[in-house]
Design a protein around this ligand. Structure first.
Ligand code: NAP
Ligand code: G4F
Length: 330
C-alpha cells in the first residue's frame, strides 16, 4: 500500500529535499503550507505538479487545523520541520518563536496521540540545543545548554517528543541535526548570505558584505545528505534520538576563505563587521559526533566542507549572472 507522509515546513530548505526523497520512494506527500500574500513555494516548484504531492493550508500554531489534517489524511509518518528557524530573529520575536517551535510540536503530538494507528513522528531537533557546549564533540548524551529563545523552544520540543514516546507508546524520534546548508538555504543564514554576496560582488552588483561574528565555528553539512537520515530514523524497529553531523568544524572565516577563493576574490576587501548581526548570547563552537547514526542507521555524509562551499558558490554565481543580464536589459 502507498505510504502517506505529512510534512510541516515543506516550503523550507529541508522540507523541499525531504519531499523529493519521499516522492522518489513512492510516498504520497502531504505538505502543510502557510497562506502568504506572495508565493512561498519556490523551493518545491520543480515537484509542484507531481500528482503524489498534495499541499494543504495550515499553521503549527493552529491546533484545530492540525488535528483536522491528521484525522483526514491518516498519515503513516509525520515529519515536523516547520519552525521560525532563525536564531538571531528569535531574540527579537521570542514568543512567536516559542509558539511555532515548542507549541507547534506539542500541537502536532496532541493531534496524533489519540489515533488508533498512530503515525511515526519525526521532530527536527537542533544542535543549537547544546549551546554553551558541555563537551566536545557533542553526542546524544551531551547535556543541553540552550542559548537563545529558539534553542530553548527546541529543547522543549525535544523532551515532549521523548515524553510522548515514553507515555503513549508513540514512535517518536528526534534528529539532532547540526547545521546543514545548500543552494536552497535561506538567504539570511550566514553561509548563503556569504555565497549570495560573493556571486553578486563577482558580477559587480554589490561591493560590501556586512557580517557579525566571524569566529563562530559550525559543523556544516549538505542538506541533501541529511534528509536520508531523517527518513531512516522512522524505518527502524525502535524509536530513538540521533545526532546527524559531519564531524568537522569550521569558522565563518574559513567559509569566507573557501567561497571567495573559488571566485579568485579576497574577502578582506569587501567584508565589514556590523554589530547588528551579533547575538545577545553566541554559540561559539558546534562539532557533532554521529557515531550512533553511522552505526545504527548506516548513514554517512557524502559532501565535504569544500564541496559544499563550491556547490553553493557556483549556484549563486549563476543567480548573479542572471541578475546582471536582467539589469543590463532594464
Ligand atoms: P527553513 O528553511 O527556515 O524552513 C522553515 C519552514 O517552516 C518553512 O516551510 C516555513 O514556511 C515553515 N514555517 C514557519 N513558521 C511556521 C508556522 N507557524 N506554521 C507552519 N509552518 C511554518 O528551515 P530549514 O533549514 O529547512 O529547517 C527545517 C527544520 O529543521 C526547522 O525546524 C529547523 O529549526 C530545523 N533545523 C535546521 C537546521 C539547519 O541547519 N537547517 C539544523 C537543525 C535543525 P514559509 O516558507 O511559509 O516561511
Ligand atoms: O547561519 P546562522 O544564522 O545559523 P545558526 O545560528 O547556527 O542556526 C542554524 O543552525 C542551527 C543548527 O545548529 C539550526 F537549528 C537553526 O535553525 C539554523 O538553521 O549562523 C551561524 C553563525 C552564528 O554563530 C552567527 O553569529 O554565523 C554567525 N554569523 C556571523 N555573521 C552570522 C552572521 N549569522 C547570520 N545569520 N548572519 C550574519 O551576518
Amino acid at each position: 500500500m502507498t505510504k502517506k507522509a505529512l510534512v510541516s515546513g515543506i516550503t523550507g530548505q529541508d522540507g523541499s529535499y525531504l519531499a523529493e526523497l519521499l516522492l522518489s520512494k513512492g510516498y504520497e506527500v502531504y505538505g502543510i503550507i502557510r497562506r502568504s500574500s506572495s508565493f512561498n513555494t519556490k523551493r518545491i516548484e520543480h515537484i509542484y505538479h507531481d500528482p503524489k504531492l498534495k499541499l494543504e493550508y495550515g499553521d503549527l500554531t493552529d491546533a484545530t487545523r492540525l488535528r483536522e489534517l491528521v484525522l483526514d489524511i491518516k498519515p503513516d509518518e509525520v515529519y515536523n520541520l516547520g519552525a521560525q528557524s532563525h536564531v538571531r530573529v528569535s531574540f527579537d520575536e521570542p514568543v512567536y518563536t516559542v509558539d511555532t517551535v515548542a507549541m507547534g510540536c506539542l500541537n502536532l503530538l496532541e493531534a496524533i496521540r489519540r489515533l488508533d494507528n498512530k503515525p511515526r513522528f519525526y521532530q527536527a531537533s537542533s544542535s543549537e540545543m547544546y549551546g554553551l557546549v558541555q563537551e566536545t564533540p557533542q553526542k546524544e548524551t551531551t547535556p543541553f545548554h540552550p542559548r537563545s529563545p529558539y534553542s530553548c523552544a527546541k529543547v522543549f520540543a525535544f523532551w515532549q517528543t521523548v515524553n510522548y514516546r515514553e507515555s503513549y507508546d508513540l514512535f517518536g524520534c528526534n534528529g539532532i541535526l547540526f547545521n546543514h546548508e545548500s543552494p536552497r538555504r535561506g538567504e539570511t543564514f550566514v553561509t548563503r548570505k556569504i555565497t549570495r554576496a560573493a556571486g553578486r560582488i563577482k558580477m559587480g552588483l554589490q561591493d560590501k558584505l556586512y557580517l557579525g561574528n566571524l569566529d563562530a565555528k559550525r559543523d556544516w553539512g549538505f542538506a541533501g545528505d541529511y534528509v536520508e537520515a531523517r527518513w531512516l530514523m522512522l524505518q527502524q524497529d525502535k524509536p530513538d534520538d540521533y545526532v546527524v553531523a559531519t564531524g568537522e568544524t569550521h569558522s565563518v572565516r574559513e567559509f569566507l576563505d573557501e567561497v571567495f577563493g573559488c571566485l579568485d576574490l579576497d574577502w578582506h576587501k569587501y567584508v565589514e563587521i556590523d554589530p547588528r548581526y551579533f547575538r545577545p548570547a553566541e554559540v561559539d563552537l558546534l562539532l557533532g559526533d554521529s557515531t550512533k547514526a553511522r552505526k545504527v542507521l548506516n548513514w554517512e555524509p557524502k559532501t565535504t566542507f569544500k564541496a559544499l562551499a563550491k556547490m553553493m558558490t557556483e549556484a549563486d554565481l549563476e543567480l548573479a549572472k542572471d541578475e546582471a543580464v536582467l539589469k543590463a536589459h532594464r
